[in-house]
Design a protein around this ligand. Structure first.
Ligand SMILES: C[S@@+](CC[C@H](N)C(=O)[O-])C[C@H]1O[C@@H](n2cnc3c(N)ncnc32)[C@H](O)[C@@H]1O
Length: 246
């Protein structure tokens, strides 16, 4: 438990303890190996104890509020001759990243010609493999239940078959990264929802600071509904914030 906390920031919880008990053989195999996310035994343990619950358009009111802010950001990126860069931090099987791609693609109707890149980061290898395949996991109930009718065609073909539209797939990339210790810059929008709740307070503070630092001036940050407001950011409602401009 202590090693998982220092490695990935995981907080002790009944869920984590139950998962660790179920993965006792994997945990035992890690006992004499230095914790390292790239070490195969530790990677297997991280795969086993992380929680991948997700779905398309999770927190619909927040998605709608973010959608209203996207056209201006897309137009600014296009005017600057650069892609609009979005991040799903703790992407699990990819549905949050798929949602961001659909929202941005829809918003390009108001900012034609804008280029969009969506990156998903996670530690869990099977989840990332599923995300990269473009599969829409059945997850929690009917997969398209929260998808606004105007956006359903990004996730369903003419025959009603559920699939990720090839145009969205081309916008998406997934990488294995530990958010604890991660850093980037120049991002236009970051969604990190239902991830910080699994972390200790010091890890939450460190990851939130890294997310804020990775945003461009005016960039958008979406956190989970119970996450703490990040310091120095401008509140936009619905657990949304923007980085101060310039
Ligand atoms: C419950 S899912 C949330 C998925 C999505 N963001 C959503 O809200 O639907 C949490 C994800 O965060 C990932 N995660 C937790 N701690 C992480 C860390 N330190 N680095 C990278 N990913 C992490 C887990 O592997 C898991 O896939």
């Amino acid at each position: 438990m202590a090693a998982l906390e220092s490695l990935a920031g995981f907080a002790a919880s009944p869920v984590l303890e139950a998962r660790l008990r179920r993965a006792a053989a994997l945990a035992e195999a890690c006992r004499d190996i230095r914790p390292d996310v790239d070490e195969p035994h530790w990677a297997a343990l991280l795969d086993a104890v992380t929680v991948q619950e997700t779905r398309l358009f999770r927190h619909p009111a927040q998605c709608a509020a973010a959608a209203a802010l996207l056209p201006a950001g897309l137009a600014a990126a296009r005017a600057g001759g650069r892609p609009f860069r979005m991040l799903s931090a703790g992407c699990a099987t990819g549905e949050e990243a798929f949602t961001l791609a659909a929202l941005a693609q829809h918003a390009t109707r108001e900012a034609p010609g804008a280029a969009v890149e969506v990156l998903g980061l996670d530690l869990c290898r099977p989840a990332l493999a599923s995300a990269a395949s473009g599969a829409i996991a059945p997850g929690m109930g009917e997969p398209l239940a929260l998808v606004p009718p105007a956006l359903r065609s990004w996730f369903e073909d003419a025959s009603g078959q559920i699939r990720l539209h090839p145009r969205l797939r081309r916008m998406l990339r997934f990488e294995r990264r530990n958010l604890l210790g991660w850093a980037d810059e120049g991002l236009d929008a970051i969604f990190c929802r239902n991830v910080l709740i699994y972390l200790t307070e010091p890890a939450r503070i460190a990851v939130t600071a890294a997310l804020c630092a990775a945003l461009r001036p005016g960039g958008l940050l979406a956190l989970g509904p119970t996450d703490r407001p990040p310091a120095g950011m401008v509140a936009r409602g619905e657990s949304l914030w923007t980085a101060p401009d310039g």
